[in-house]
Design a protein around this ligand. Structure first.
Ligand SMILES: NC(=O)c1ccc[n+]([C@@H]2O[C@H](COP(=O)([O-])OP(=O)(O)OC[C@H]3O[C@@H](n4cnc5c(N)ncnc54)[C@H](O)[C@@H]3O)[C@@H](O)[C@H]2O)c1
Length: 417
């Protein structure tokens, strides 16, 4: 490998343009200069041009432009790729890239089924290349501090429960009103579901980060539509859910609920609290409706029964003091606190130092198992053991049609010229 990691960006839509390329710029500005964007690809020319222009401004050199990702893999001067494509293409493109010898950063939600996700993680192991799952929220100062408070400093004693509950009325978007760019999110093969797998992947990664490995989940996943019968159980396979009631148990003894609806009117409820034997930590970022998925992005309050009170700012200061300058540098390299920048830095650093990234493919698969356990639980009307989803022993009603499609559309075997 050259002294700089040559990076290709595949998929130059919203997240690549708004967050990844900005994250890369923040790294350069902070003096982290171990990479160069040498290629980018999108089927939409405006999108790839926008990312290429941003990369050129950032580094003063033009990346190569591709409209066909297979051509990029075969011809582009790259060591690694950042895949920001619709979820259904993550494993397809990821496996081809790994087999061709490239390191891969894959956007959340990792993949759309356990079978495709397992194949992706195995491809990385076979190829001996780095595969990282891009989950940004655990890298934010808020989640880092809460993780430390729960697991290291034990500021709320023995952690016992969490309630992550939120209701709000939002008008439903009819499929005919969707912009073409949004259509893939409503396609089960490309999207794999709605809130549970998409933004929900962030929340499910966070609870694994905070509480360790989950044991089982019981979930009711529903789609309510005005004037229509609610869609429940197996019907949910073809509809986008807007209502979830779920209860999780963890091997650590923690039990928690994740309950939300964007289809109920009247009084709005907000309740995002982690509690333990000595106190609680509340996420008070209630004005942001995404609090239901993205924990501790804003304010928070820690209260102990001995009368101690800490604001989120005070908790973060205590965390930094406890881990010292070396710990701070490890979590926030060169002072960077942007969560997208840090996830990309972690990927690049893992390549350079041949180490495991914080969230690799197998970790991404473990979070996906929670997604799939929730859908499967709702379909079958019973609690699902997460280990059975991971081992493939749980029935897979939800995933059958997704797997049937991807079985028939295998990743192409590509070689680099
Ligand atoms: N981490 C986060 O907070 C976060 C937020 C938003 C999206 N994402 C993830 O990023 C991924 C992309 O989401 P997005 O919001 O940018 O979607 P998007 O629809 O805006 O972008 C997807 C891009 O992929 C391109 N594309 C589609 N098929 C292609 C193909 N075969 N070859 C080349 N280009 C192709 C599209 O033209 C589009 O530009 C998703 O997996 C999504 O979950 C993550």
């Amino acid at each position: 490998m050259k002294d700089k990691i040559r990076l290709g960006i595949i998929g130059c839509g919203g997240i690549a343009r708004n967050r990844h390329i900005t994250g890369l710029t923040l790294l350069k500005r902070a003096g982290i200069d171990n990479f160069e964007v040498t290629a980018c690809c999108d089927v939409v020319d405006d999108n790839v041009q926008a990312v290429a222009a941003h990369a050129r401004d950032q580094q003063g050199a033009n990346p190569q432009i591709y409209h066909d990702w297979e051509e990029l893999v075969c011809k582009a001067p790259v060591d690694a790729v950042d895949i920001c494509l619709p979820h259904g293409l993550h494993h397809l493109v990821g496996i081809s890239c790994l087999e061709a010898g490239l390191h891969v950063l894959i956007e959340k939600p990792y993949t759309v089924s356990m079978k495709t996700g397992r194949a992706l993680a195995e491809a990385a192991d076979r190829a001996g290349r780095i595969l990282a799952t891009a989950v940004p929220h655990r890298r934010m100062p808020g989640q880092r501090a809460v993780h430390w408070a729960l697991n290291n400093a034990k500021l709320i004693g023995e952690v016992r429960t969490f309630f992550q509950n939120y209701t709000q009325w939002r008008p439903q978007v009819a499929p005919a009103q969707l912009s073409p760019a949004m259509k893939w999110r409503y396609d089960r093969i490309m999207g794999g579901g709605a809130g549970v797998i998409d933004s929900g992947f962030h929340f499910l990664d966070t609870i694994r980060y905070f509480y360790g490995e989950p044991e089982q989940v019981y979930a009711e996943v529903r789609a309510y539509r005005d004037g229509e019968a609610p869609v429940v159980r197996d019907g949910i396979a073809t509809e986008r859910e807007n209502t979830v009631m779920s209860i999780f148990t963890f091997k650590s003894g923690v039990v928690g609920t994740w309950c939300w609806s964007f289809a109920v009117a009247g009084k709005e409820t907000r309740d995002c609290v982690i509690s333990g034997s000595e106190g609680s930590i509340e996420d008070t970022n209630y004005s942001n409706r995404y609090v239901v998925y993205h924990q501790f992005m804003g304010g928070g309050e820690l209260r102990r029964r001995d009368g101690t009170y800490l604001s989120m700012e005070e908790l973060q200061a205590k965390h930094r003091q406890a881990i010292g300058p070396e710990g701070v540098q490890r979590l926030f390299p060169n002072g960077v606190t942007d969560h997208f920048a840090i996830e990309i830095w972690d990927f690049l650093d893992a390549i350079q130092n041949n180490r495991k990234p914080e969230v690799d493919g197998w970790d991404g698969l473990a979070t996906l198992a929670l997604v799939e356990a929730m859908y499967e639980s709702s379909w079958s009307g019973r609690a699902i053991k997460v280990a059975d989803v991971l081992s493939g022993e749980a029935p897979s009603h939800w995933q059958q049609a997704i797997d049937a499609y991807w079985d028939a559309h295998q990743p192409p075997h590509l070689t680099r010229g």
